[in-house]
Design a protein around this ligand. Sequence first.
Ligand code: IFM
Length: 441
Amino acid sequence: MATDQRTATDPIPRFPDGFLWGVSTSAHQIEGAADQRGPSVWDTFTAEPGHVKDGSTAAVACDHFHRYRDDVALLAGLGVDAYRFSISWPRVDSPGGLDFYDRLVDELCAAGVRPVPTLFHWDLPAELDWLDRDTAARFAAYVSAVTERLGDRVTKWITLNEPAEHTLLGHALGVHAPGRQLLFDALPVAHHQLLAHGLAVQALRAGGASDIGIANSHGPTWPASRDSADVEAADFYDVLLNRLFADPLLLGEYPAGLGELMPGDVSADLKVISEPVDWYGVNYYAPTRVGAPEGAEIDFGGVRMPAELPFSVREIEGVPVTDFGWPVIPDGLTELLTGFRERYGEKLPPVVITENGCSYEGLDDQERIAYLDGHVRALHRAVEAGVDVRGYFVWSLLDNFEWAEGYARRFGLVHVDYETLARTPKASYGWYRAMVASQRA
Ligand code: IFM
């Protein structure tokens, strides 16, 4: 049987020894306890009506801050090797803020689950701004403080989560915090986050860390047709999504034409930005179909795409979609990883899938099982094709605050009742537990 015809009833093939199976969350999306930390740009943004679809905020979210012991018990029950969570910079900046992460890390270690913190997952302290170069240095100082406190127990670190989305959605299109609509004037935000990453790698190494990565979102970009205008638009989108952050990190250079648009002494900064990482994190959800601009603003999955952009995002027809409307295309993951391997060759460090998942309602979430099953198999095909993949993290452990969508999109293996905050494992939790166990059998 051809590999791409394997079905959900066939056992999932074995991944290499030492492969890390995990789940992911982020601070702002689950912690709550907003009264015990300073405000972030997301608090300011959600306070303004119209920014979050259901008008909700993350003030309570899943109340993980108070219920972290229950959540670690869920992780232990799941049998995962590792838990990717994020550290809230505004909490760390508040009195006693690091105590929470100290307790969480202890609880994880006691449960035999490896902590994998992300140091920035979009919740920038409200008084800071990525348009300011100084924010990068402030980030490095915060990272040093975190490493000093947790570095005796945490060995695996992630600097940033999806700086591309934070730049594009937050600063270019204005649908995420801080709500700026700068279009291409948002490029300094990308550069300063990259610089922050490089400085953070230096700070982590100075603190003794030796297992450092970043979580970048990527996906294949498919031209809407063979028309040269569509192909050109898709290439442009590919640069934004797949190369703007990866090229400086892995090659020490910006894609042609972009370096000139960045502020500061770019060549000196690129040396810092390309400090070698130990592994490269990829968040994968779906491919994007891109065509030439259509001359009018379009609403794509709730994201306003202004007419001035040199591309338009088009629907991918004939495939299942999640509740969010995202196409389900597992082969896109194989294509992405083999394509990365071709593009970056030996410069691509080992890869970890730091996020993959889908939004569906319901406790008997067979669609989520099918999605995860398909993607894990697709990942294995990438391994068979020679890509060095070392781990896979499902987004997400819990249903949570899905940014501008509020609580309407449920990505969890565990259902959260937002009235009672009760956690109920879904069918997919049982599926993932059995799959991870089967890898060890
Ligand atoms: O919830 C987000 C996460 O914060 C970043 N990656 C994509 C997820 C689903 O949209």
